[in-house]
Design a protein around this ligand. Sequence first.
Ligand SMILES: [Mg+2]
Ligand SMILES: [Zn+2]
Length: 148
Amino acid sequence: MFLDRDGVINEKPAPHEYIRSFDEFRLLPNIADWIRLFNALGYAVIVITNQRGVARGLMTEAALASIHSRMLEELGAKGARIDDIFYCPHEENSCECRKPKPGLVYAARDKWDIDLAHSLLLGDSDSDGQLAAACGVRFLRVLDGRLV
Ligand SMILES: [Mg+2]
Ligand SMILES: [Zn+2]
């Protein structure tokens, strides 16, 4: 189960803004329940997220790691387990991992031995849908924490 982060797990920042600290991080209301369901079904739950704010010097990778460890703690307190987080810290057109490029999905597949044909990606943007199509992963669009 691949989950985009901003707009799926937490409230999306304003356009061209970034979540730079956990103070700005707001879990969406139903996501912990969804993740608990995926956990119970035996899926690996993997976050894949573009975080270009790192390349732009708006946050350090340490700050991003801290946001992610607190995200895991907050979800864990609700009984929801994320197994891994893959992120792209790069600027556009400078890497093979910025979504919709498939680098993050392939890295997760190789690390966790995932069968992409039996995977699902939840995302809120066109680039998530393009990524899923390119990788042969089924896609469900989410808008502000709801399936659409
Ligand atoms: Mg998103
Ligand atoms: Zn990248």
